[in-house]
Design a protein around this ligand. Structure first.
Ligand SMILES: *Cc1c(COP(=O)(O)O)cnc(C)c1O
Length: 228
């Protein structure tokens, strides 16, 4: 595996893509999704300079974050109620929150460890039945609920585009961008001080990250592009 070199090349490409899209240098974070590999491969990419990694299972998150405490570990997988404590104990950011009844548990778990948990709300923009995430119509309500919790900071939105069709992916990313703009407006109407924290758009994977950056992605989540 050429993981380290892949990471180095991709980091440059992400940067070039930001500039081409008329965005500022460094405005998109390359998140290395290490869910399919072990500690040895993570080590190579860490040594190449990567400090942001994503995992989709609590056990992987716990194991790898304790092996690499200097890195920031992002949780991008399905959140199960009974694993919230574990996830909160080591996640820098949780990208995949969409159930309103998880917010209270996240808040309590964060308070217990003395942190403010950064989260993103996952949105099912394309409306595919197989996908998790909030339907856009329920987003305002769940976002407003986030604002009630002192130990939660909602920093933006996340989505997964339909696979295989770049036109559909593009529409999905545009949709997520628009939804975040609407939420920002809504937040300023509510005069919610934390609405100015809505700065992140986690969108774009190995097959579609270039389009995602054109559409305003601030975090691309790359697995296969690095680790295969
Ligand atoms: C696996 C995964 C990724 C990375 O996917 P690749 O296509 O391998 O880049 C990104 N986001 C989520 C939520 C994932 O589960």
């Amino acid at each position: 595996m050429q993981s380290a070199q892949n990471y180095i090349d991709l980091k440059k490409e992400v940067e070039a893509c930001c500039i081409d899209a008329g965005r500022t240098s460094g405005s998109t974070l390359l998140l290395a999704v290490s869910k399919t590999v072990g500690i040895d491969e993570v080590q190579k990419v860490f040594d190449a300079g990567c400090r942001d990694f994503g995992e989709n299972r609590p056990d992987g998150l716990l194991e790898k974050s304790s092996a690499f405490p200097e890195a920031r570990w992002h949780f991008i997988g399905n959140v199960q109620s009974r694993r919230i404590k574990d996830i909160v104990s080591c996640a820098y950011m949780i990208h995949s929150v969409y159930k309103a009844d998880h917010l209270h548990k996240i808040d309590v778990a964060a308070q217990e460890v003395g942190k403010v948990q950064k989260i993103l709300l996952e949105v099912n923009v394309s409306g595919e039945e197989s996908k998790s995430g909030l339907v856009p119509g329920n987003l305002n309500e769940v976002y407003e609920e986030c604002l009630n919790y002192r130990n939660i900071s909602c920093e933006g939105l996340m989505t997964m585009a339909p696979l295989g069709d770049l036109k559909e992916a593009e529409a999905c990313f545009e949709g997520l961008f628009e939804l975040e703009e609407q939420l920002k407006k809504r937040g300023s109407q509510l005069k919610a001080p934390s609405s100015d924290r809505l700065t992140q758009l986690s969108m774009g994977m190995t097959d579609d990250w270039r389009i995602a950056i054109e559409k305003g992605s601030t975090i691309v989540r790359l697995g296969r592009a690095i680790f295969s």
